[in-house]
Design a protein around this ligand. Sequence first.
Ligand SMILES: C[S@@+](CC[C@H](N)C(=O)[O-])C[C@H]1O[C@@H](n2cnc3c(N)ncnc32)[C@H](O)[C@@H]1O
Length: 229
Amino acid sequence: MFHAQILTLFPEFFESPLSCSIPKRAIEAGIVRVDAIQIRDFATDKHNRVDDTPYGGGPGMLMKPEPVVAAIRRARELHPDTHVVMLTPSGSRFTQAKALEFTGKPGITLLCGRYEGFDERICDYVDEEISLGDYVLSGGEPAAMCVLDAVIRLLPEVLGSPESAVLDSFSEEGILDWPHYTRPEEFEGKKVPEVLLSGNHAAIEKWRHEQARLRTSKRRGARVDHDEK
Ligand SMILES: C[S@@+](CC[C@H](N)C(=O)[O-])C[C@H]1O[C@@H](n2cnc3c(N)ncnc32)[C@H](O)[C@@H]1O
């Protein structure tokens, strides 16, 4: 079983996304277990404070090292092999390859920040710093949920059809998914491309790969083979 632990000030944030669809099924099937650890339980003062003002001045508050590091230690005690990931806008960009890499670990611990982020010394206690992208969320919880969701759907036996994960965007060297169509054949004057109705599997395969590369080139400026330009 894959163990996910979430270090957070808002455990309730995860209740709804984990109680529907694929994550719910994966938990019920015993493929993944998710435990939230409340960082505030590790506060050391009588007011249960987890934040404090930054040295040198400036706006906002920072997550204090004592409770956060104590929570990380607790997570490592519970699961000594866990891989501790700090969610921070300054981390390495999260990718499909990273999600796949995480599935090879016995478990992950996702550390969610709030306020203006973490006291820098906390970074010495984590294995990796991950960012969801170049924008700022109000807390690490939505980022942790995205990481968790991306990892869960790649765990063996989670998807009804394992080939859908293999065919997803980014699974092939950063190439986006091709366009998909379902019934009706014509919708408000927009027709399904002829080739998809042809029954010619080789032509369909070729068209899909061409479309995926063209779309990747247009939207990401990534590579496109010469004959498809
Ligand atoms: C308001 S943000 C702190 C932003 C920080 N002052 C900065 O500019 O980098 C609070 C918390 O949200 C989470 N967070 C915000 N944006 C994120 C992103 N793009 N990726 C991952 N975590 C993010 C982090 O856990 C962060 O500690």
